[in-house]
Design a protein around this ligand. Sequence first.
Ligand SMILES: [Zn+2]
Length: 113
Amino acid sequence: MNYFIIKNIVETTLQHFACKECGAKATEQNIQIIGTAGNSLNMEVICPECQTSGIIKAEMNIMGVNTSPAQFAEQLKKTVGDKRKQEAIKDADIIKVREDLQKTHSVSDLFNS
Ligand SMILES: [Zn+2]
């Protein structure tokens, strides 16, 4: 999985995210990348308002290098599931993102790097 694509997924996910309990929007500080499962990227989002946590699974099977942001957003699907359904980390790029997150504590730092 491409590191740039992961960053795009996080940005797009935040644009479309709304807390299932209170409808609040999340920011880069509220999202954690958990890992990949096949062609999907799993992320955990903690609501900044009510602290409800949810798992977001972004499907990436139709994404390509030439995908426009609008097409990308169209293809992005989200599902909220149980934390215990997390898949194992399978991709070195995800591990890199996690390492960066541990250093920076914020996905927004990744965007600025
Ligand atoms: Zn909430």
